[in-house]
Design a protein around this ligand. Sequence first.
Ligand SMILES: Cc1cc2nc3c(=O)[nH]c(=O)nc-3n(C[C@H](O)[C@H](O)[C@H](O)COP(=O)(O)OP(=O)(O)OC[C@H]3O[C@@H](n4cnc5c(N)ncnc54)[C@H](O)[C@@H]3O)c2cc1C
Length: 227
Amino acid sequence: MPETTIDVLDKGFIALDGALASDLAVVNGARVSFNQESDELSERDEGLIRFLIRERHGSPFEHGYFRFLVKAPLFVVREHHRHRAGHSYNEWSGRYSKMEAEFYVPDNVRTQVGKPGSYAFEPVDDAIREATRQEIEENAARAFETYERLLEQGVAKEVARTVLPLSTYTKYYWSCNPRSLMHFCGLRNHESAQFEIRQYAAAAESFLERLMPITHAAFVGNERRAP
Ligand SMILES: Cc1cc2nc3c(=O)[nH]c(=O)nc-3n(C[C@H](O)[C@H](O)[C@H](O)COP(=O)(O)OP(=O)(O)OC[C@H]3O[C@@H](n4cnc5c(N)ncnc54)[C@H](O)[C@@H]3O)c2cc1C
């Protein structure tokens, strides 16, 4: 695992596969309006980044990209791929190649209390947790056995895969620009987001913080609202 890979959940990860992202590019994207350019980031430039985020001048944050390789369970992917503006995805196809028997088995088994729109999640007791984990594991193993049996009988992969559970791991490339990444993190690295996608969003956000520290600090200082 390279340094740019962060393990997520029990078998997943998010890896930064490539990036063209800097605070300086944001500043120069804005300063070109006045036919000006900075060679290195000054305090004044840092103030400009905070101003751009606060006043929702978003386009200077679009001149960069992050390319990630992500391994995640299907139900996380469904949530992730709802993010459209400034995001691109290419995913492993269960039509063209056989899926692998890798399934998410949650450590964080919780119960839901409250009413629609304002649920809270609390841990279940150890006995229920263990029983739940076992059920999920056994169910996934059974589903994969069926999947393989159907394939052996000559059923097409695109049909056989329909028996696989939402916990099945898949892989995909995800590219986005800094503005769209902030929007994603504002929504998904948030207490209202499901625990599992939040782990991926937190990992993705750590790459934003690493490569664009001033932009990230301004985003956090703006109540985590993207411009
Ligand atoms: C906690 C949580 C719970 C959710 N629950 C559900 C749910 O129960 N059911 C469900 O279906 N989805 C649900 N979603 C998904 C949610 O509705 C969004 O699809 C998802 O968060 C992507 O947000 P977005 O559209 O702002 O992002 P993007 O698709 O990246 O869009 C970014 C921004 O671009 C603009 N934009 C993009 N497309 C359009 C468009 N077609 N027209 C106008 N403006 C556009 C908007 O300003 C938008 O905010 C949930 C999301 C969260 C975070």
